[in-house]
Design a protein around this ligand. Structure first.
Ligand code: TRP
Length: 392
């Protein structure tokens, strides 16, 4: 049996994007691989370092969703990264095997820094503008005073004011562009050292368990590529102890949110696995449909309708009939949403029942036991690593 390692940052309650995109896949893989599923709480801390206490509760909520979706602690090792100290130890060994510029080129790093830059530019741009306005006011008042003393003609007054304003505005613009360019090169103060090492820690996660197959989304492929480079380098320098892992891409069509855009917490368009029936009903009721279909009888366009997209995701049985009747106008949006609601409810009900039956204490126990089992493997790998390095 090959070994799989995958993980998620504990972000709290999961939504159906996670369910169809990740958990369903993990569940199936449990039959044919030795599986390790990790709560990547150190990874969460790279961005949530100001509030690490929230990470614990998020861990419990997330793992309840894993269990509800059929991740089985008897078949897979479910563990918490921070409970297996060998992760941090291997991370530091690997940190010697990757260059700074390799990490600076990592797409997820560039993307994150890009977001921080945009935020910073907005505030620094506003600061420059505010200063410009103040300085302009100063100039106007200065010229006003001068005019009172010297009794300039209207024409002279105007040209004096114009000259002063030009000077001030030019100076301000100059500073704005200068700031923008200068700071392009020096955003280092915005991002912590730990975040730069994010993919190195991920390599340690995978290789500590000698993971050979890593089911991930497309965005994570560059991290697996870096893991492969690190494994090869370690094997070449010291001793050939690591496999060179392969990503396993899951091609599930993206799960649309209640607004038709990609489902994500930050967009506020999610349907949680644990969504309460009344909240679910409200979310479905408020979904937008084809804006050209105002009342029953109007022909609709299923291909642009978020409600139809969710029918597809949840595999509503009479999908062709829905499509046909939407197009002809025979099916109204209210009825179509009722069908969707009962389909989602039927799908989530067993998961929610299972979730409700799991207490915090049980999750803690599962994670303790899983982390203990993970640690046995991690210790063995670290012993080999020490042997290969030959330190004191
Ligand atoms: N970086 C992954 C993500 O954001 C989570 C993760 C951490 C992971 N360690 C891992 C995924 C190891 C696969 C293997 O989704």
């Amino acid at each position: 049996m090959k070994t799989i390692l995958s993980g998620m940052r504990p972000s709290g309650k999961l939504h159906i994007g996670h369910l169809f995109g990740v958990l369903e896949n993990w569940r199936k893989l449990q039959d044919s691989y030795r599986c390790y599923f990790e709560v990547a709480d150190w990874h969460a801390m790279t961005t949530e370092y100001r509030n690490p206490r929230a990470i614990r509760q998020n861990t419990l909520e997330m793992v309840k969703d894993w269990l509800a979706a059929g991740i089985d602690p008897k078949r897979a090792v479910i563990f918490v990264q921070s409970r297996v100290p060998e992760h941090t130890e291997l991370h530091i060994v690997f940190s010697m095997l990757v260059s700074l510029s390799r990490l600076l080129r990592n797409p997820t790093f560039k993307e994150y820094v890009g977001e921080l830059k945009a935020k910073e530019l907005k505030t620094s741009g506003r600061r420059v503008l505010d200063r410009l306005v103040e300085q302009t006011l100063d100039r106007i008042l200065e010229v006003l005073q001068q005019e009172q003393q010297s009794h300039l003609s209207a024409k002279e007054y105007r040209s004096l004011l114009r000259a002063r304003l030009k000077e001030t505005v030019a100076e301000g613009l100059n500073r704005l562009f200068h700031t923008t360019e200068g700071e392009e090169l020096s955003y280092g103060h915005l991002v912590n050292y730990g975040f730069l090492g994010y993919p190195v820690l991920q390599a340690a996660d995978i290789l500590l368990y000698k993971g050979e197959v890593v089911p991930v989304g497309e965005d994570q492929v560059p991290h697996i590529e870096l893991t492969r480079e690190i494994a090869r380098r370690f094997n070449e320098y010291y001793a050939p102890i690591f496999p060179v892992p392969e990503p396993l891409l899951t091609r599930f069509p993206r799960v649309p949110g209640t607004d038709g855009k990609r489902m994500s917490k930050s967009r506020g368009n999610t349907i949680l696995i644990s969504e309460k029936p009344e909240d679910l009903a409200q979310k479905v009721r408020r979904m937008i449909t084809d804006p050209q279909k105002i009342r029953r009888g109007d022909p609709g366009r299923p291909e642009i309708c978020p409600v139809f997209a969710l029918h597809r995701v949840f595999g509503t049985p009479d999908l062709e009939a829905i499509e046909r009747d939407c197009r002809s106008g025979a099916l109204g949006c209210v009825d179509c949403k009722k069908k969707l609601l009962s389909q989602i409810q039927a799908h989530l009900e067993p998961l929610q029942e299972k979730r409700a039956g799991i207490s915090d204490a049980q999750v803690v126990e599962i994670l303790e036991e899983g982390s203990r089992r993970a640690r046995e493997v991690a210790r063995r790998t670290m012993a080999e690593v020490h042997e290969a390095l030959g330190l004191f």
